[in-house]
Design a protein around this ligand. Structure first.
Ligand code: ASP
Length: 312
């Protein structure tokens, strides 16, 4: 098997006119760094589950992306982070929802994966994570001026508009990774702050196994980004796996059909997907999706808009 890794850093409107060449270059460079971090694990013979963990940690560290440091704020100005990871070998999964504390929420999800539980939230989750030696960071670590300003703009927009004119596509962001390792095992990991100005207590699709995160060696590994409520209601990740399993569709067919169907009903977003043969698909129905792939040659391919991926 030739190992391969794919990542995303969120999907959304990403208007070209508000993107400077410098900012665009910064996104490509950041995606490259995160791809290389995950690729290193695969190149050293590591497992898919370790590679997606490493890639998502790197994405969480970068404030350009909505996860970990630089996550978006809830409507009351707090951080509530969701993360999940799934191992396609045995469908073991771990997820945390609405937490604040662990420096890398994906390591919190990983600690849950390594336990008898699948999903933890609330004070019990934090106690569990502390007891399992997961590193915590002070609340200030997660703050960025950019996200705070985005929240103020969103709250102001709500004050100005009587109608609910919310533009989900403008508020997206999430990070995720999928990988197939040298043994043909696949895994998925996703981490997010959710959506700017989300209601306190709201949980998105990211930590819901079978919605925003899913992995099964028999079909596919999926990490999604977008208007989470739609991905939950349509069990997006599991739906793609089901189409492959029962209709015999390819990864490319199944994932692009589901993403297109979500788009038709208002569920903007996209996802990254791999199967155990090392095929990759990166479908999205929004204007853009920060994304990239890296194969055995270690050369990163990155993209933002609807265009061929940039090499190296
Ligand atoms: N899917 C995430 C959520 O609904 C947000 C996103 O990917 O933009 O929480």
């Amino acid at each position: 098997m030739t190992p391969i890794l794919a990542i995303h850093g969120g999907a959304g409107t990403m208007r070209r006119e508000s993107m400077t060449p410098e900012r665009e270059a910064a996104f490509h460079a950041a995606l490259r760094t995160c791809l290389e971090a995950g690729h290193k694990v695969l190149a050293e013979g590591g497992s898919a589950v370790d590679a997606v963990t490493r890639a998502v940690m790197a994405l969480e560290d970068d404030p350009l992306f909505n996860a970990g440091h630089g996550a978006v704020y809830t409507s009351d100005g707090a951080h509530e982070l969701d993360a999940a990871i799934m191992d396609g070998r045995d469908r073991n999964a771990g997820a945390v929802a609405g937490i604040l504390g662990p420096r890398h929420p994906i390591l919190a999800a990983r600690a849950v994966l390594d336990s008898e539980h699948v999903m933890l939230h609330g004070p019990g989750a934090l106690a569990f994570l502390r007891a399992h030696g997961v590193e915590f960071a002070p609340a200030a670590y997660f703050h960025t001026d950019t996200r705070w300003t985005a929240l103020q703009a969103e709250l102001e927009r709500r004050r100005q508009t009587a109608l609910d004119t919310r533009d989900d596509a403008a508020k997206h962001g999430t990070v995720g990774a999928v990988a197939c390792d040298a043994n043909g095992n696949i895994a998925a990991a996703t981490s997010t702050g959710g959506m700017t100005g989300k209601a306190p207590g709201r949980i998105g699709d990211c930590p819901v196994i079978g919605a925003g995160t899913y992995a099964d060696n028999a079909t596919c590994a999926i990490s999604a980004t977008g208007a989470g409520e739609y991905f939950i209601r349509h069990a997006a990740g599991h739906e793609i796996a089901s189409r492959m399993r029962y209709l015999g569709e390819s990864l490319e067919q199944a994932s692009s059909i589901v993403v297109a169907q979500l788009g038709e009903i208002g569920g903007s977003g996209g996802l990254v997907a791999v199967d155990a043969q090392g095929n990759v698909a990166l479908p999205f129905n929004s204007a853009g999706m920060y994304r990239g792939t890296i194969g055995a040659d270690g050369v990163a391919h990155t993209g933002i808009y609807r265009e061929a991926l940039r090499v190296g």
